[in-house]
Design a protein around this ligand. Structure first.
Ligand SMILES: *Cc1c(COP(=O)(O)O)cnc(C)c1O
Length: 242
């Protein structure tokens, strides 16, 4: 087994164990493999180990990897069906690439960018699946909406024709311990429940994108439905490339 497949296995076991401990069905938590800074070869290894959903932060890097993997996948039998999630900060001048190449985007934090993504989503593709990024702990200089702005944006985004509103995403500051991680993830969970309880959405949110290599157990205990894991699968990244 390659080290990527070994590490994927270890992450899946962590997810299963955390689900067991909080009485949740392991099927209720999606594992998103965050492949930023790693090349197509690493992604292929993960696909060969059964992984299908990948997250990318940098739009251009993501685009070239998506195209490389499409070429590779077309030669496989059966052809694996991959899902690509954009989880990095969104700039207006990159929105077209996101709309044309990704299946999901987790980092929508303003109406303007949502409108552009909807306008630019090609008609032959399924609607772009969207999470709103919330700055849950008020970290300075971080992307994301203030929690009390999330419902209003959700109401606007749900009416954009080429987008499908699915949920919320957060990237909290690293927590000092498990209790602190639980507390901040619990706040996001409460916001998620509160938005659904408003009764104002056409369809309830079903995706809570929170938890990474270091805090996925706390996120699962708090009710996350999707964990975004990079380091624990692919190894460390060079600090500068982020
Ligand atoms: C890099 C990144 C991750 C993965 O973080 P790890 O600690 O390597 O698991 C998850 N989410 C976002 C938004 C990221 O940028």
């Amino acid at each position: 087994m390659s080290s990527i497949s070994t590490q994927l296995d270890a992450v899946r076991k962590r997810i299963d164990k955390a689900c067991q401990e909080s009485g949740r069905d392991p099927q209720s938590v999606t594992l998103l493999a965050v492949s930023k800074t790693f090349g197509p070869t690493s992604v292929i290894e993960a696909v060969q180990a059964g992984q299908r959903a990948f997250g990318e932060n940098y739009v251009q890097e993501g685009q070239s990897k998506i195209l490389a993997l499409q070429q590779w996948a077309a030669q496989q039998s059966p052809v694996p069906s991959l899902q690509w999630h954009c989880i990095g900060p969104l700039q207006s001048n990159k929105s077209r690439v996101v709309a044309e190449h990704f299946d999901w985007v987790h980092s929508v934090d303003r109406l303007k960018i949502a409108q552009r993504l909807s306008e630019q989503r090609p008609a032959h593709l399924h609607p772009l699946q969207v999470c709103l990024q919330v700055n849950i702990d008020g970290g300075a200089g971080k992307s994301g909406l203030a929690p009390d702005e999330a419902l209003a944006l959700a109401l606007q985004v749900q009416d954009l024709p080429r987008l499908a509103l699915r949920g919320l995403m957060t990237i909290p500051e690293p927590a000092a311990d498990l209790a602190q991680a639980l507390s901040v993830h619990g706040q996001t969970r409460a916001l998620f429940d509160q938005i659904n309880a408003s009764g104002k959405l056409h369809r309830p949110l079903d995706t809570l994108s929170m938890g990474m290599s270091g805090d996925l157990e706390a996120a699962i205990a708090a009710g996350t439905t999707l964990v975004r894991v990079g380091t624990a699968i692919f190894g460390g990244r060079p600090p500068v490339a982020g």
